[in-house]
Design a protein around this ligand. Structure first.
Ligand code: C2E
Ligand code: CA
Ligand code: CA
Length: 860
């Protein structure tokens, strides 16, 4: 009984009749690990229908328990479950606006591409409902469609039916009552239990009423009443009687209406003080007014609006406002009628805008899968398939006879027409393939080049190209998936255009967008800065706010192709300068003689001691010990001072000097490892191996030779970019190294061309997450999510994960929580000369020993 009363609270009220929403299955148990947490979840589920306030409390408690429970594997799911239940409770409490973001959070908690589970679909369903209730029908349909797909995948037929009912109610909002009926019928046909059947029958009654189908409506309501009676719920019965009364009154059957209301009052007895009982008085008033008994009509309608603020009534009062206005007008009480007229007008407008929003959304979603299935179902059921085939065959026959005559005359014309059409279609297709980026629908690079030529022809001088690279685009693409990433690019393009920075945005390559203008270079730079700033506001995609940043490169050359190429190169120059925007600088590529002298000095430096290898220690977050270090070169040049590796390594790669340099570094590292070992420090030493060398078999063998001298573990750090040129040869070498016991680490993951497909094929042991994701981990939720998902990814692939660039203690603590295995960064130590490294490690050992001791003696 308590549950049934509770069910009433889950009842929603919609236009044209009191609508009834089926209850979701809340009685399930979960196999969450913590007892207290499981209990809170079970309590929330149990009280959801009867007492959503209590359910909300339990769900909040569950959230607290999940959060304090730490970072177990089930943590994300626990939190998502707690949030989902909060959203459900808030929805039931009429607070969909608060529920929506919580459901969104729950969804985000499941990660980028959740496995199809009941929880996932339930969250989507919750999002669909809150979307509908807040008037965002587009969102509602999208989420419902997704929920439907997941329920189908996992075979949750009952939930499928609930989704179909929800979609039906959107058609109801759109005032497409016939379609609403189809969905309700379909839903009812898929699954049957009292709660669902009752909702379906009642909703059907409402829709039939709107369609003017009195008999059908009455039959549906009577079905609903029977189910309510079987369920033993007098309150539900009374509400359905109210709908029946209202149906009679609308069709001029005033006595029948009165009878229904009397019955409703009888059924509920003492409980008629319920808030919704005011609608019974409304129906009474309607009947009395219909009979011309205005004196009693006014008494009844006053009870309907007793204590109600006329300016803020919800939709289901609309009909009664119109009635009240009529009654007062008939009585000559115009002052009383006015506020009701105003309220009626307000609700009418609101209703219209809800209807048009719902219609627009339905149009956009082209949501007709249920209808298709419905038709197929119906055809099969009634054996109409053969009839249809038969009638089609007949029709074809008739058409054939008539057609053969006409055809003779028309054939020539039609053939010509078709040839033309086909050619046109083909041209359209070809030009689309060429000038349109297939994924985003944006203009392609070819279109960009055409635009450059067109602009320079009109202005008489070369056009300016701005290339915009999406920061960490490869990682974003990995996290979001291809489709969402394409959508993201399209949205970014829209943003640039909407903010007035360009009239058209094109796609240069996967992560690079382009814009053409006739601006001078400096003006283009100013515009590029504005474009960068317009992404301060995140882009919302599937309810997820995504922060994007772009780096811009600008160039203006004589021909289109060179302009595009140089604009892209300028992006790299901007990145080297750690600037957001750069104009292509030809000089920076130039002067080969200077470069060569730098290279010969570099090689000399490895022999005369100006070049050193420093070591940045890495902390094992599981053991709390420094078990590894990365070798990083440091060059003090007498002429130039201290040079950063970034100043000479890229050039060394380009000029081929990198091989001799790396051989030196490798020998040095092995020697230093021995030196450290003699002092009692057993370290895994990591060496950076340039991409240029990975496919070099000569180097591979030489490296094997040097590595065989090692006295501890040795890791080669490589980037995937390295694999791109000659993947087969590179793979051979990697395998050779791996077989010889050299560990392999994927460096700078997320910054370059990382792709999952590649990761899987590489024989690697470690994934080093680029510091761009790590440095702000304490302040950025998004970075935390990225770190967590990357750690999960790494572990799924059997790799250890290292977080690079840890700059704060807070970040360090978080990284451990997020599942990283190793940390490296200024928060721990900078790269140190080998003797200082030894001192550092000795000090750390003393600390660790002291910690151990104090723990043993209960001091901390
Ligand atoms: P990398 O392999 O990603 O090395 C990590 C870089 O991050 C180092 O810069 C290191 O000093 C820096 N770093 C470490 N912790 C932090 C931190 O907490 N915050 C910040 N902001 N930075 C941190 P470094 O030494 O300037 O090296 C730059 C790059 O040059 C290296 O990036 C690597 O790609 C290359 N490199 C350095 N030494 C060698 C080498 O011996 N051989 C080769 N082939 N490349 C090298
Ligand atoms: Ca490295
Ligand atoms: Ca790195």
């Amino acid at each position: 009984m308590r549950l049934l009363k509770a069910f009433l609270i889950a009842v929603l009220v919609g236009a044209g009749g009191l609508a009834i929403k089926p209850a979701t299955a809340f009685a399930q148990t979960s196999d969450a690990p913590s007892d207290a947490f499981s209990q809170a979840i079970a309590d929330a589920r149990a009280s959801m229908m009867g007492d959503p306030v209590a359910a909300l409390g339990h769900a909040e408690q569950a959230e607290e328990l999940a959060s304090s429970g730490g970072a177990g594997e089930t943590y994300a799911i626990e939190l998502a479950t707690a949030w989902w239940l909060q959203a459900e409770a808030l929805t039931r409490l009429g607070r969909p606006r608060e529920a929506h973001p919580i459901a969104e959070r729950a969804l985000a908690q499941l990660g980028a591409d959740p496995t199809p589970t009941k929880l996932y679909a339930d969250i989507l369903l919750a999002l669909g409902r809150t979307g509908k209730l807040t008037g965002d029908h587009g969102e509602a349909l999208e989420q419902l469609q997704r929920a439907y797909d997941v329920y189908r995948t996992i075979g949750e037929v009952r939930s499928e039916a609930i989704v179909l009912q929800s979609i039906g109610s959107i058609y109801n909002d759109a005032q497409q009552y016939q379609r609403a009926v189809e969905y309700y019928v379909d839903a009812a046909g898929r699954y049957s239990d009292p709660s669902l059947d009752l909702a379906a029958a009642n909703n059907l009654g409402n829709a039939y009423k709107e369609l003017g189908r009195y008999d059908d409506a009455l039959a549906s309501y009577l079905d609903a009443r029977e189910i309510a009676a079987e369920m033993g719920s007098t309150m539900l019965e009374a509400r359905i009687l109210n709908n029946i009364g209202s149906l009679h009154a609308s069709f001029g059957r005033f006595n029948a209406a009165d009878e229904a209301v009397t019955e409703a009052f009888e059924v509920t007895g003492a409980e008629t003080t319920a808030e919704w009982a005011r609608f019974l008085w409304g129906v009474r008033a309607q009947a009395a007014h219909g009979r011309g008994e205005n004196a009693s009509a006014v008494r009844h309608i006053e009870r309907t609006f007793d204590g109600v603020d006329l300016a803020t009534t919800p939709q289901h009062f609309a009909e009664f406002h119109a009635l009240a206005a009529d009654i007062y007008e008939d009585l000559g009480q115009y002052r009383m009628a006015t506020p009701h007229l105003r309220a009626f007008k307000r609700l009418e407008d609101e209703g219209q805008s809800v209807a048009s929003s719902a219609n627009l959304a339905l149009l956009g979603a082209q949501f007709d899968f249920a209808e298709q299935e419905l038709q197929i179902e119906a055809l099969r059921a009634e054996g109409l398939e053969q009839d249809l085939e038969l009638s089609r065959a007949k029709a074809r026959q008739r058409l054939a006879i008539a057609g053969s005559l006409i055809l003779l005359c028309l054939v020539g014309v039609v053939a010509a027409f078709w040839r033309h059409r086909v050619a046109q279609e083909r041209n359209k297709m070809l030009s689309r393939a060429l000038y349109e980026d297939a994924e985003t629908g944006l203009p392609s690079r070819q279109a960009l080049e055409v635009e450059i030529d067109r602009t320079s022809r009109t202005t008489g001088r070369p056009a300016t190209v701005t290339a915009l690279e999406i920061d960490r685009h490869v990682h974003l693409e990995g996290v979001l998936g291809f489709n969402s990433f394409a959508e993201l690019k399209a949205r970014m393009a829209q943003r640039i255009v909407a903010d007035g920075h360009a009239s058209k945005v094109m796609v240069i390559s996967r992560g690079v967008l382009g814009v053409v203008s006739d601006a001078k270079l400096d003006d283009a730079r100013a515009v590029a800065e504005c474009m960068r700033k317009c992404f301060v506001r995140p882009i919302t995609l599937d309810g997820l706010a995504i922060d994007v940043a772009v780096v811009a490169g600008i160039a203006r050359e004589a021909d289109a192709e060179t302009s595009v190429k140089n604009a892209v190169i300028a992006i790299g120059q901007a990145q080297e300068d750690r600037a957001g925007t750069a104009i292509f600088d030809a000089k920076r590529y130039g002067d080969p003689s200077k470069n060569l002298s730098l290279m010969s000095r570099m090689l000399a430096a490895t022999e005369n001691g100006e070049m050193q290898l420093h070591y940045q220690p890495k902390l094992n977050l599981r053991t709390g010990r420094f078990g590894a270090a990365e070798a990083l070169c440091r060059w003090r040049d007498p002429r130039e001072g201290l040079l950063s590796p970034n100043d000479f390594i890229p050039l060394a790669e380009e000029t081929g000097h990198i091989r001799a340099f790396t051989e030196w570094a490798l020998e040095r590292a092995v020697t230093d490892q021995k030196w450290l070992r003699e002092r009692g420090f057993d370290l895994n030493i990591a060496i950076n191996i340039s991409g240029a060398l990975i496919a070099d078999s000569g180097f591979a063998n030489l490296a094997l030779g040097i590595a065989s001298e090692r006295v501890g573990a040795l890791t080669f750090e490589i980037t995937e970019t390295a694999m791109m040129n000659d993947p087969e040869r590179a793979m051979d070498n990697l395998k050779k190294w791996h077989k010889a016991g050299i560990k392999l680490a994927i460096d700078d993951y997320g910054s370059g061309l990382s792709s999952l497909a590649y990761l899987k094929t590489l024989p690697s042991d470690e994934l080093k997450l680029d510091r761009a994701f790590v440095t702000h981990v304490a302040s950025s939720t998004r970075d935390r999510m990225l770190v967590k998902s990357t750690a999960d990814l790494a572990h799924n692939l059997g790799l250890e994960m290292t977080a690079e660039g840890v700059e704060t203690d807070e970040g360090l603590a978080l990284l451990k929580l997020l599942g990283c295995d190793w940390a490296q960064g200024y928060a721990l130590s900078r790269a140190l000369p080998v003797d200082e490294l030894a001192k550092f490690l000795a000090e750390m050992q003393v600390h660790a020993a002291l910690d151990d001791a104090s723990r043993k003696h209960g001091l901390s």
